[in-house]
Design a protein around this ligand. Sequence first.
Ligand code: PMP
Length: 426
Amino acid sequence: MARYNSFTSEEISAELAAVNAAYQGFKAKGLKLNMARGKPSAEQLDLSRPMLEVLGEEANLTSSDGTDCANYGGLSGIPEAKQLLARLLNDDPENIIAGGSSSLTLMFDAIARLWTFGTEGNAPWGTLERVKWLCPSPGYDRHFAICETFGMELIPVPLTDEGPDMDMVEQLIAVDPSIKGIWCVPQYSNPTGIVYSSQVVNRLASMACAAPDFRIFWDNAYSVHHLYPQHPVQVADIAAACVAAGNPNRYLKFASTSKITFPGAGISGLAASPSNIQEALKVMGIQMVGPDKLNQLRHGRFLSTDEALQNHMASHGKLLAPKFQLVDRKLSEGLKGTVECSWSSPQGGYFISFEAPAGTAKRIVALAKDAGVQLTGAGATWPYGQDPKDSNIRIAPSMPPLDELDQAMDVFVTCVKLAALEQLAE
Ligand code: PMP
């Protein structure tokens, strides 16, 4: 079929009627399918069930440094957990704080500390008239929500295939000391799946910042989440680049096992310079006596070697890859040649980023919802939920079984066509 935007108005009306009939057919089925959030599937969660047996009734609950994991203490985490997190964060265990079940909590708390206490003798951010933050977009809605909650001004920066638009980043941060940080999901980014190039990593590490306390929040949530483990990718290390550039305190790295073991019952980690780690521990020691070291022990023993982690992630990849391939095939078969659109084909991570015709994303998501398919809200991938082109939709294919995903994608494709035709018919 020819491109919709080369259709005559009669052809548009006829196609609109046909696609609308198909859409009504889906609506009548009363479907209830969810592609809204990047949750692992039931089969993926089952991969980690053996971990629950690691600490049986007879298990030794003492960590390798002699800490009794069942008791108070061990503020920065146990060696077994730091070892695992060091693999995820591409860092040394001694630079790591092993935390609780959520890396988002570590990110929120890091900002809260900078906000309340400041860093390296600089004014606490909360005392400043204005604090701004760079948000490569499309990006992760929960990152943006943290900054919004603190009342920061969010500045969208285009995300290219190599990372944030560095010309724009460098221009902005060189002159404006109220810009205090940037979000980065450097590998298999949420939602486009891109991996930062080494050049971008080096520019981030070495750029001249007007703010002496500028921070790169390096959320490497998908560092080992390869769809095709035979072709693994590893983004260049921001810590090494910052140290080499003479800015050793500029970065804070985050990761968790949420999408390795159990989201909500995993472990998280922060890696940073000795000075940043000391500052964090000082406040964390007031917040708590110590983290959940039994869960840390469970994780450390379950994924105790590079090989164990690689095998475990390969099993995840095996379950996930067919879902990503199905989405790609459905979009190609359903939309190529007719609708002006594009989508990402990531090699890892949890999302596919779909670019619909400008001005149709909200309509597509609403149509899908009415037909029983829940998608991430249109606009969610932009600061303040405002996608200037109203074109980006995040597809999260991990959770539904393949047969449900197949149906959900038929509905999605039909909604994209319908919204595109409605726009042309206006
Ligand atoms: N960062 C990114 C980029 C994510 O995509 C997610 C989960 N969707 C998280 C953090 C959440 O991590 P956690 O469960 O460790 O809080």
